[in-house]
Design a protein around this ligand. Structure first.
Ligand code: ADP
Ligand code: MG
Length: 376
């Protein structure tokens, strides 16, 4: 084991970020006997509701983050929207195993892509610019369709514009100021995959079973485990994810998202934290991604990650909630419900998810899609 003293139950985990990922981390942390304190600007945030304490403050504010750090034995960020400079300050005097360096790499799509490409990992064709006036020429270089993404702060399709034809540039150009932009070739996806890898400070790793991911409007709709694709391809993604984790010497978790085009695997993006496509691990793996992150940063051995049964996870967005609520009493008895306690059921924001043990993922999803009135 590593040379630091393990952080044992009774000690305090500080969470920078108080969304649903923090909430599930806090729930696992509390089960294991830790104290939990979180930082979030929204009072009674999803995580604040289940933590011992919440500091209300912005992710940009060093003083608020310091209040969390001073009460904590280990600090975990649960979102990339934490200011990396704030984390850099805190890590001078506090234990922040995920590190500000990793945060700064993975919160910026330009860094992420460039570092992956330089290390020889497969990424889709892309261009980087700070000048919006250069974008039309870059569209010509890559060809349509392509997709313009803000390098900083985008999530769930926010800060992304699909450009199917060059003429569409005229419709969106007024929205696109000079800034940090990544333009990517839009790929004709066969499907998407993700692999979450855990790594301890002394370098032992374990990767969770890969998930097949279905997106709608650039937001994850469902994850299916095991994926309905050839095992060799899944194994290739698993291998790439493990090599990336080792390459960056990530501590904690690294979620790697993949595009599959035919049988060619590309790395899409990465997140150094728990990931939506790993929510299935709560029910279906011996150790959940949340417990695994806590184990990794507290100096405990990583837990087994075997899949207990085939599973489907489905996201519930704000606009789905009323319909779902009416369905709850009639859902299959095997559905596990997770509702995050958000104050607002906002459009295209994740407010909960369902997990179901099933070896008929296609049929389950078709049935739920019909009941919920989703686009097939
Ligand atoms: P986010 O940070 O919002 O998850 P992503 O870059 O992962 O951003 O994009 C969200 C989703 O949009 C992807 O999972 C995929 O379904 C679709 N998408 C993004 N980039 C591309 C691309 N280059 N080609 C095809 N689909 C894409
Ligand atoms: Mg993504």
């Amino acid at each position: 084991m590593s040379n630091f003293t393990p952080i044992l139950p009774g000690k305090t985990i500080g969470l920078l970020g108080g969304g649903q990922l923090g909430r599930m981390l806090a729930m696992e942390g509390k089960r294991m006997g830790y104290q939990v304190i979180c930082l979030d600007p929204t009072p009674a945030s999803p995580c604040g509701q289940v933590s011992d304490e919440q500091i209300i403050g912005s992710f940009e504010d060093l003083e608020s983050a310091r209040k969390v750090a001073e009460r904590s034995d280990v600090l975990i960020y649960e979102t990339e929207n934490i200011n990396a400079q704030v984390v850099k300050e805190l890590e001078k005097s506090h234990w922040v195993p995920q590190s500000s360096k990793i945060l700064s790499y993975f919160q910026d799509r330009r860094e992420e892509k460039t570092r992956l490409a330089m290390a020889g990992f497969p990424v889709v064709p892309y261009r980087i610019t700070e000048k919006s006036a250069e974008i039309p020429a870059l569209i010509d270089e890559l060809g349509c369709p392509c997709i313009l993404k803000t390098a900083l702060g985008g999530y769930d399709g926010k800060g992304q514009w699909v450009i199917r034809e060059k003429s569409q540039w005229d419709e969106i150009r007024h929205e696109i100021k000079d800034g940090q932009w990544v333009l990517e070739k839009m790929m004709n996806l066969t499907t998407e995959l993700s692999v979450i890898v855990a790594r301890t400070p002394d370098g032992s790793t374990r990767s969770f079973p890969a998930a097949e991911n279905i997106h709608q409007h650039q937001i994850l709709r469902a994850s299916i485990v095991p994926p309905r694709i050839a095992p060799e391809i899944v194994a290739e993604a698993q291998d790439i994810a493990e090599r990336i984790t080792e390459h960056f010497k990530v501590v904690g978790l690294l979620a790697v998202e993949f595009f599959l085009v035919g049988d060619k695997v590309y790395v899409n993006e990465m997140a150094p934290r728990p990931h939506n496509s790993g929510h299935y691990t709560w029910e279906a793996c011996y150790t959940s991604q949340f417990e695994q992150l806590i184990r990794a940063v507290c100096g405990l051995p990583l837990g087994p990650v075997d899949l207990s049964f085939p599973v489907v996870m489905v996201n519930i967005l704000g606009e789905d909630y009323d319909k779902l609520e009416a369905l709850i009493p009639h859902l299959s008895e095997e559905v596990k419900l997770h509702i995050y306690g958000k104050k607002e059921m906002a459009f295209r924001r994740k407010v909960g998810h369902l997990t179901i043990k099933t070896d008929k993922p296609t049929e389950f999803l078709a049935d739920l899609t019909e009941k919920m009135g989703w686009d097939p």
